[in-house]
Design a protein. Sequence first.
Lengths: 257, 356
Amino acid sequence: MNNNASILTIKNLTMRFGGLVAVSDFNLELREGMIAGLIGPNGSGKTTVFNVVTGFYKPTQGQIFLGNHEITRLTPDRITALGLTRIFQNSRVFRDLSVFDNVMVGHHMRMLSSPIPAIIRTPMYRKHDEVARERTLWLLEQLGLIQYVNEIAGSLPYGLQRKLEVARALATQPKVLLLDEPATGLTAEEKDEMIDFILRVREDFKLTIWLIEHHMRVVMGICEEITVLNYGKTIARGTPAEIQSNKAVIDAYLGEG
Amino acid sequence: MFRRPSKTTVLTLAAMVVLLAFSVWAEHGLDPYIIRILNMWCIYTILVASFNLIYGITGQFSLAHAGLAAIGAYTVSLLTLSPEAKQLSFLLAPPSPLIANVQWPLLPALLLGGVLAALIGFVIGAPALRLHGDYLLIVTLGFSEIIRLILVNLSSVTNGAMGLKGVPYLSSLTWTIGAAIVALTVIRRLITSSYGRALMCIREDEIAAEALGVNLFRHKTIAFVFSSFFVGIAGGLYAEILGTVDPNTFRPALTYAVITMAILGGIRSLTGGAIAAGIYTVMSELLRTVEAPQMIFGWDYPGLPGLRQLFFATMLLLLILFARKGLMGSKEFSWDWLFSRSKSSDSKGSERSHEQ
């Protein structure tokens, strides 16, 4: 698997907020089909890296490539259209909309229509809409959410909201999925379920996954390669076993001395 | 592939036909005063529906309604006034050659009014919709006032503060009801399309919407342009009904009236808005008496102009404090709901699902 072509490449990424260097000189290469992890103490710049890669922040320096496309300064919706999307640190389901509508939105940008045909409901629009409906139901079925299809998303328990966010992200047909703390806030039982869920989703949808997670059992259990950040600097990279025995990492987490 | 229309579609179409037939009869069968009230009801319905689209559905609080309505009103007035009437009424400066000799029928004039309002809406929206919350509010209110001030000062086109008088009455109740039906249908179909879903997601959470591939700027602009188009149409009909336009008609108070109606009806409900527009129009006529001088038990009440506004302001305050969802919240009137009502209480649970 590690011989596959690289799908996400980050070169010399630096993000400065005024005088604060949130991320400095970050490099990464993700190959197709990989699950990689990004860890580090609080405030080490993990989410900032995700925000830059997904287009929510414009980097101070550096370049980001998705396959052969440079995505460095594109807007988030363009990056999603090219096949990279994310779920957020906290649940960001559309609370007032139904589970069904939450997933349907993911299909919207691929529907190739403009508002007037949508209002008239041209045969072309109907066809696209029908395809989106079928795919939405199929996705909900696959992810075990079908029984909630008409529920209001905000009324679901937290664990299901997280799954719904993954379902919604999958609707955009991503090649790379960034997960920001997918297991945080879940019960121990739900965490195990989430691990299985992520592995299964990667398998079924041929995804490359990059995740931020605090929970070591999750990270060490599923990641093939882990990058460790501290104060915006990359202090280690390697397999879970290598990371667990790395002196710099232990110092960063437990404090030196 | 012909799809058999559903029962509710047939009923809706039938209701539209009945309404239009009623309007044809009413034009001669009803008192002109009543017709005027019905006309205003339709115009307010369009204004409220377009406000619902931009605020209730898309979540962008815009205060540009009055200015955009002015664009429609002036366009229709200038295009339908006869060249002679323009020569006579332009006292401050002779009418600009651009508009001095044109005279159009109502339909193209109305459509151009809508298109110009949509165009100005785009020009306002493009920079303003990048702002959020209070900033968007201030900028759109500012733009609305700028439009009004331009109308005051562009004497050779607008006749300045004197306004335009004697706008020919080419419309009728059929026109206003027809326009309201078209506006509600188009906005409803936009809302229930995949675009409408994207707009609601922007309202719920812009960041998540963007991460799901929704281009924020494009979608907000689409909502704003559609909204502005119908505001322009409503403004044009307003000029037709009043027979006169002047810049003072389009002060922010008009926008506030629309917002009051929208909140009364429920900001996400088009049918709620239509009902609220009716209530507002009728009440504002009934309340005329409280402003008029009269004898109350031997006391000579001089009349207090502005008392109606005070009443509506109090109502708005109470709504926001105690009934934020208004009459309908985000629900729409539906035939299923009506039937489940008339079939008494055997299906209580179905009331939740009467969207569409």
